[in-house]
Ligand binder design. Structure first.
Ligand code: NAI
Ligand code: COI
Ligand code: MG
Length: 359
């Protein structure tokens, strides 16, 4: 059956790397005999420029009718002084909320050829394999009020969670832990925040339903340190929206580049897949963005939304083989590597995919 995939390239390098993911998926479709129908829609600054708002209704409707969604990235200096509701980032937050994408899964697993590409010592990085389960539709990014008062001299942002929102993400995290090494670290700031104390309570309650999973509560500041000093101690990490956002960018250092990390944002009905990084205005338009996080997000889409495990693995192996041959973009520091641009590295991945499938 034809799968309808909505593409939301967005801004900056999002537009450059979306073409890579689409080309890889077209290769998979051809080689494995699937039918993917692609439909491109506007989001972020691009949508504001063309349609006057960062999340047009037609984009929401297309996403609601999709089997899965791929998103590049949003944002850029051009739109930084717009009023809050028109900023590109509101398009992304808006689609997450509208589709109920509460569970953001961010796997951080280094590819072997990149062990020495991390600024961390190889013996620290080797063997690390972490899944961050980030709450995505609540917390500080959505709480109201969020505004300036008293002529701009007072400001408030609100960290708001309802019990059911924490329960469902914690449950998702325990289920993920059951499929992995059954160790769950819940990250909070319970020494200061009331929301974190409720979060801990809920984790402890839920843990009774998962006796095989060992649970540890750690404070976010300590986790920021341990992630890069003892990454192998982590299996699954569950945390609220803001902490998960920050910790996952930090953890990307283990893999050699932020450009390597994929993610899946899931609701009960649909999945949106996007790299962890943003629109990278500093390199946008230069043709040097790393497309691997985007391509690996497409692999996550095949695995989670379409249950195409073999196809997802074929993409992951093609990325690994590309790196093994030394091909990489400028963000990765590979000894004696072959530094190429976005299009060239995408072509090598496609070539590897063809070799893998026909051999
Ligand atoms: N999911 C999304 O759409 C996100 C959007 N943003 C937005 O992106 C814009 C830029 O934010 P930044 O703080 O600069 O974060 P960023 O993630 O765009 O970039 C951080 C650094 O990593 C590099 N980088 C990121 N992805 C890369 C890739 N695929 N290949 C090579 N290098 C890569 C960039 O060149 C930059 O030096 C802002 O407007 C921000 O709001 C930020 C994070 C997530
Ligand atoms: C751009 C923000 C809305 C979010 C972000 O940085 C992220 O989801 O990683
Ligand atoms: Mg982020």
């Amino acid at each position: 059956m034809t799968k309808k995939i909505v593409l939301l390239p967005g801004d900056g390098i999002g537009r450059e790397i979306m073409g890579s993911a689409k080309a890889v998926l077209e290769t998979v479709a051809e080689k494995f005999g699937h039918e993917f129908e692609f439909e491109t829609h506007a989001i972020g600054g691009d949508a504001y420029d063309r349609l006057g708002e960062p999340l047009p209704e037609e984009t929401v409707q297309a996403c609601e009718g999709a089997d899965a969604i791929l998103l590049g990235a949003v944002g850029g200096h051009k739109w930084d002084s717009l009023p809050k509701h028109l900023r590109p980032e509101q398009g992304l937050l808006g689609i997450r909320k509208k589709l109920g994408l509460f569970a953001n899964l961010r796997p951080i697993k280094g590819f072997k050829p990149l062990l020495h590409a991390s600024p961390l010592k190889e013996e620290i990085v080797a063997g690390s394999d972490i899944l961050i389960i980030r709450e995505l539709t609540g917390g500080l990014y959505f709480g109201k009020p969020s505004e300036r008062r008293d002529n701009g001299n007072v400001v408030v942002d609100t960290l708001y969670y309802e019990r059911h929102e924490i329960e469902r993400i914690v449950e998702q995290a325990f289920n993920s832990a059951m499929l992995r090494n059954k160790h769950l670290v819940s990250v909070d700031k319970a020494n200061v925040l009331e929301s974190s104390r409720m979060w801990r309570e809920i984790v402890d309650e839920k843990s009774k339903d998962y006796p095989e999973v060992t649970v540890e509560h750690l404070l976010v500041d300590a986790v920021a340190m341990k992630l890069i000093t003892e990454p192998k101690k982590f299996d699954c990490i569950v945390t609220e929206n803001l902490f998960g956002d920050i910790l996952s960018d930090e953890a990307s250092v283990l893999t050699g580049s932020l450009g390597m990390l994929p993610s899946a944002s899931l609701s009960d009905k649909v999945g949106l897949y996007e790299p962890v990084h943003g629109s990278a205005p500093d390199i946008a338009g230069k043709g040097i963005a790393n497309p691997m996080g985007m391509i690996l997000s497409a692999a996550m889409m095949l695995r989670y939304s379409f249950e195409l495990k073999e196809e997802a693995e074929a993409i992951e192996q093609a990325v690994n083989a590309t790196l093994e041959q030394g091909y990489h973009t400028a963000d990765l520091q590979i000894k004696d590597g072959k530094k190429v641009g976005t299009e060239e590295v995408t072509q090598v991945i496609i070539d590897q995919l063809n070799v893998k499938i026909t051999s």
